[in-house]
Write a protein that binds this ligand. Structure first.
Ligand code: FAD
Length: 350
């Protein structure tokens, strides 16, 4: 008998599994380890000031202190270091933006995310930056592949991991729920974009978005994450990841010459870098129509639940939302309206 059977071990399933284990729950994770899943492609950046307009990300005050504590604690439990705090540099595009940020960076609601406002001399040797920019803190990246691998090893050691396809029609939803011959209290689906095959939740309005990245070797070492129009994430002294594209029409998993061209054009227009592309990666983000996750229990089948829709920000959203979801599952605390399935009338016509 397990308390929770989790389907999927991307960022969502991994973080949720660790949160449930902290509450001494008996869990089993079933994961088919498909190639090119979003989590194994993700750059892993967590950034409190995002988007073209450089606005504070949704729930930043709650998400960012918590994610650091969560991944650091997980690093200790799993015996691997996968969280890499690092400043993010966001250049200004206009003089007006610079003026606005000089005052904004001193406001209480922004000051703890802004390390400093810098002038045009900053990194001028390899960037074209007439207006300078801001250096953010509470930012960095998670080595997502390292995190997934360490979590898998940890789960295996506890006999809590099964590498297999979850087959939906082998789920028995009688009074006592079972999957194959495993008695289960509740099944939580964390399948990312593969939710489209899930007969219980595939009517939720997901809006998957394809993303591509390129890996480049560079001659000059970079010591910040650069982020405006594209991101450049240093991996080693002479390697970086450049991303990412957004494509809502093409959801195939093939890399495209078009995406590579866009990324290279943006890279060249901002950097004086000599680089060589040596890899290109593709994944599909499990985004939703309103950019908020889908988290909750199925209205008709209370034995089934979903933790999905982390979109473009799995690294920063997963720890906090897994925490409040576990409190909902175990202590019946109410979930915020913004993430509830009922916001789309889900289940009313099932
Ligand atoms: C190019 C790109 C760059 C990105 N960069 C960032 C970034 O810098 N920072 C950030 O925070 N986010 C980033 N993201 C977004 C991030 O990848 C996602 O938010 C996150 O990975 C979603 O995780 P998930 O666990 O919900 O889904 P997934 O990663 O898709 O994982 C789902 C898992 O479930 C398994 N599964 C599905 N169905 C079944 C089944 N029936 N049986 C068994 N197993 C099953 C899959 O094999 C997989 O292992 C990026 C995404 C892309 C594509």
């Amino acid at each position: 008998m397990v308390d929770f059977l989790i389907v999927g071990q991307g960022i969502a399933g991994s973080v949720l599994a660790l949160q449930l284990l902290k509450h001494n729950q008996r869990i089993l994770v079933i994961n088919n380890r498909k190639k090119n899943i979003a989590s194994s492609v993700a750059a892993g950046i967590y950034n409190p000031i995002t988007g073209r307009g450089m606005v504070k990300t949704w729930l930043a005050e709650a998400l960012f202190p918590y994610l650091t504590a969560f991944y650091q604690e997980a690093s200790q439990a799993l015996g691997t270091q996968f969280l890499h705090p690092m400043p993010i540099f966001r250049p200004f595009l206009t003089h007006q933006e610079r003026t606005e940020w000089l005052s904004k960076s001193k406001q209480d609601n922004y000051s703890h995310f802004v390390e400093s406002v810098v002038g045009r001399m900053f990194h001028q040797e390899h960037m074209v930056l007439p207006y300078g920019g801001i250096i953010l803190n509470q930012s960095g990246y998670l080595d997502v592949r390292g995190f997934l691998k360490a979590t898998r090893t940890y789960l295996k050691a506890q006999h809590a991991y099964l590498e297999a396809d979850f087959v939906y029609d082998q789920l028995c939803l009688d009074q006592h729920i079972a999957y194959q011959d495993i008695a289960v209290r509740q099944v939580i689906f964390c399948e990312g974009p593969q939710v489209r095959h899930n007969p219980f939740f595939n009517t939720l309005p997901f809006r998957p978005v394809k993303g591509e990245l390129i890996s480049v070797s560079v001659h000059q070492p970079l010591d910040v994450i650069y982020n405006r129009r594209i991101f450049v994430l240093p991996q080693t002294a002479h390697e970086a990841i450049v991303g990412a594209t957004y494509n809502w029409q093409d959801t195939s998993l093939s890399p495209t010459a078009h995406a590579r061209k866009i990324l290279e054009e943006k890279l060249c227009s901002t950097f004086n870098l000599s680089y060589a592309v040596y890899d290109q990666q593709v994944g599909i983000r499990p985004a939703t129509f309103d950019r908020r996750p889908f988290i909750g229990i199925h209205p008709q089948y209370p034995q089934l639940a979903i933790f999905n829709g982390l979109g473009t920000k799995g690294v920063s959203l997963a720890p906090y939302f897994a925490k409040i979801f576990v409190e909902h599952l175990l202590l019946q605390k109410e979930l915020p309206q913004e993430i509830q399935l009922s916001r789309v009338g889900f289940g009313k016509n099932v």
